[in-house]
Ligand binder design. Structure first.
Ligand code: SAH
Length: 400
């Protein structure tokens, strides 16, 4: 491969990068303008020109590329990629052998050693996400490595490097035999209907596997459940299978109605016995308060940022108020499952929002359980932002 460009880190962040920090940040580099071409191999050096790491240049929504190794002798070539993929595969042996779970993450970006790249597995189908044009330049060696390591029905890809890190709409099929979608995959014995060639999302967020299982096994029985920002209703499906009395799923997107019915149906649940509302969650809260509708369980899983006609929601600014709304329609001794995938704050700050929300509502709570990313979503030791998922099961205490 071509010659590496040397990038020099600024003195104030030298320690951070020597400690293994993998993301190339604009403000950390003296001479970032020396590299222009996406996919250029770069060598990170300190002020004395000594080697710190080696990686590639690739602009994504956060950062300008990733360091892939801190070993001076290690070079980035096809066998490098193959080694990373092979290690990642070995780590998922238990999942591959579990016939009750046929969808999971196979490769989790920098957590598995290659920032900007993820690969998800859906029952013989592989979906590669490229987060920059830079990593996409390594498409050939990466896909060839994957092809040597696994048997596959087909490989699909998502290019997530349009302006602002947006998905590029196109035919996502790469190679193999085209699937007929939806295909049915399993997660802890539950069916999911997934579409691998219909835009950026497939129908299920794989990182919530343990949370869904916990809802089904421990908290749903006999309960009325409100699932907000419900998308295809995955949490609702698990709640019903766990014996919930009734679920109400609320999502603004028109597609969510048919998609949620479909997820119920593939699990032999009659959608007519559940409630599915296509509406703004915040309007739903007002509606429920007016009619004095309350729930035993309220699930909150908003996007980090969302813009609807009337308002914008940002997890950092608005999560506390979202919790307050939820508290107001949760029964005493009921449960709020508060989830966020926003990487800009950590678990402690999230718990701070929870505390504040209950305090301002004059209510008390107990934290019953908490979750972060599951094992197939490992994060990099020097990149804690990669551990973005935070889910807290909160019990609203009774007043008496
Ligand atoms: N909880 C889901 C994933 C949520 S994805 C799951 O487990 O699968 C975020 C969803 O929030 C999207 O489907 C989007 O349509 C919805 N959404 C965003 N803003 C909303 C709002 N104000 N009211 C209702 N839904 C909203």
């Amino acid at each position: 491969m071509e010659k590496e460009v040397s990038l020099m880190v600024k003195p104030n962040v030298e320690k951070k990068y020597k400690g293994g920090y993998p993301l190339i940040l604009k403000e950390a580099i003296m001479n970032l303008s020396d590299v222009k071409e996406e996919g250029t191999l770069i060598q990170l050096v300190d002020q004395r020109n000594s080697f710190i790491g080696r990686g590639y240049y690739g602009r994504q929504n956060k950062g300008y590329g990733w360091i892939l190794t801190n070993k001076e002798k290690e070079i980035i070539n096809e066998s490098f990629f193959e080694k990373k993929l092979s290690t990642a595969l070995q780590k998922r042996t238990v999942l591959f052998e579990d016939n009750q779970t046929t969808a999971f993450r196979l490769f989790n970006g920098e957590g598995d050693g290659i920032g900007g790249l993820t690969i998800d597995y859906y029952d013989g189908y592989f979906v590669i996400s490229w987060y920059s044009e830079g990593i996409y330049r390594f498409k050939e060696p990466i896909i060839h490595s994957l092809q040597r390591l696994v048997e596959y029905k087909a490989i699909y890809q998502k290019k997530r490097f349009d302006t602002g890190g947006k998905y590029i709409e196109e035919d996502d099929f790469v190679t193999g035999v085209r699937g007929e979608f939806p295909i049915l995959v399993k997660e802890n014995g539950v069916n999911f209907s997934v579409y691998l060639n219909e835009g950026p999302m497939t129908g299920v967020f794989l990182d919530q596997r343990e949370v869904r299982k916990t809802i089904r096994e421990k908290y749903a029985k006999g309960k009325t459940v409100l699932n907000t920002f419900s998308y295809t209703g995955a949490f609702s499906v698990y709640a019903v299978l766990g014996g919930a009395k009734k679920t109400t799923s609320v999502d603004l997107a028109n597609r969510s109605l048919a998609k949620t019915e479909e997820q119920f149906q593939v699990n032999n649940i009659d959608p007519a016995k559940q409630e599915i509302k296509v509406m703004d969650v915040f309007n739903y809260f007002n509606y429920a308060v007016k009619r004095n509708i309350k729930f035993d369980m309220v699930i909150l899983d908003p996007p980090s940022f969302a813009r609807s006609k009337k308002r914008t929601f940002s997890a950092a600014k608005d999560y506390k108020n979202l919790l307050k709304d939820a508290i107001s329609i949760t029964n005493e001794n009921g449960m709020i499952v508060a989830s966020t995938n926003y990487s800009g704050f950590g678990m402690e700050k999230f718990k701070g929002f929870i505390e504040k929300a209950f305090e301002e509502m004059g209510e008390r709570f107990d934290i019953i359980e908490q979750f972060s990313l599951p094992e197939d979503f490992p994060y990099h030791h020097a990149f804690k932002e990669g551990n973005y998922l935070k889910v807290v099961f909160i019990k609203k205490r009774s007043k008496s």
